[in-house]
Ligand binder design. Sequence first.
Ligand code: GLU
Length: 469
Amino acid sequence: MVVTRFAPSPTGYLHIGGLRTALYSYLWARRNGGVFRLRIEDTDLERNSQEALNAIIEAFNWVGLSYDGEVEYQSKRTEIYKEYINKLLESGNAYKCYMSKEELDELRAKQEVAKQTPRYDGTWRPEDGKTLAEIPAGIEPVIRIKAPTTGTIEFVDGVKGDMKFDASFVDDFVIARSNGMPTYNFVVTIDDMLMNMTDVIRGDDHLSNTPKQIVIYNALGVKHPNFYHVPMINNPEGKKLSKRDGAMDVMDYKREGYLPEALLNFLVRLGWSNKDQEIFSMEDMLNLFDPKNINKSASAYNAEKLLWLNSEYIKNSSNNRLIEELKFFDLDLSDYSKKEEVLNLSKQRANTVVELKKSIEDIINAPESYDESGVNKFIKEDSADILKEYLELLRNNQDKFSNIEDLENITKPFISEKGLKFPQIFQPIRISLTGGTQAPSVYDILFILGFDEVERRIILALEKNFKNS
Ligand code: GLU
């Protein structure tokens, strides 16, 4: 059975790189009918915050990635880690090191002068036939892992291929501090082992931790999981993604009007592909995603693509769904009689839910002002008369408001009989009804608003003579 996890440290909001790792882990577990766990790596008490934790859970709920079982918190598992520290001490795979801070600093300084890589010199490392110094009084020891000193640590990374690290890279690193608290790589390993992780998918910023974790697995005599290190998401210039480029809180995407399925679709493609397919429903992702196909090189964040995907998802969303999304932006269309019509029209052109809201409001709310440049350009001496005559036509044909075709059928002969050019009639109507010249088809707006509202807005525009005071 495949078991994966997402293991964020709650030191800040959940950003899209983290969400992408979570998505990949989630897809791989779900695709295999496996288990996806959420583990909060909150051992760094100074940098953790409850707020960040809430933000992670909130973002998870928003995008709908469900996890199995209870959330595990590392901060609640100290006793478990200590038990395994003791096991390693007992089996001789870890040892107590009484080197004082001063001695360690001195060692580092010497190595620096000799231009050597800083590493532990093995003073307290037990070896056959070696006599250790007497334990100094008043020093609480740290616990070090007894790592191999020669050879290599090798593993096959599911993304990057064969990995080989020189044993000297690992060193006898500390697995518990002098206050007894276990260190990062140790707790990650113990948790992954106890949670029966089969596949660890994480950012490649963790690649250098992996040989250390493998040394711990080996010391415990346990097989390590498969590792997949996912390359970073860069900005379009190939540099580290900054807030400005999109490295923001996942919940900011909601606030900017993105749909979660568009964001997930965007993220799945940032670092993974299936031929030239761009649109992936959750079902597609679950059928197709395989971490072995994760790209080997970093991917570039592409804001336009995200917008495009979002517009596709908005267009294809049901109106009921969009009504729910719009409520988040304080627009409640539930009781609006022409909600279907206005949504069918507006969702064709909106890149975000924020834009959707604006385009709906531009139609359903009477204009508060008239666009000056539009007025200057399109309102001519004869405009008022044309509008009055057209309004008269509409008044005599109120039964034609029940469908768009009928509205077209009465308008077209009017235009040709009067010998009008389209902008001569349509722009004054647009300006009267919406305040601007950019609105969609006039027939759509007439149809959505209905005769009474159309009449009210045209009369008002004529009374004000398209002026804003
Ligand atoms: N807690 C680590 C992070 O937030 C992830 C560790 C892991 O996936 O092994 O980056």
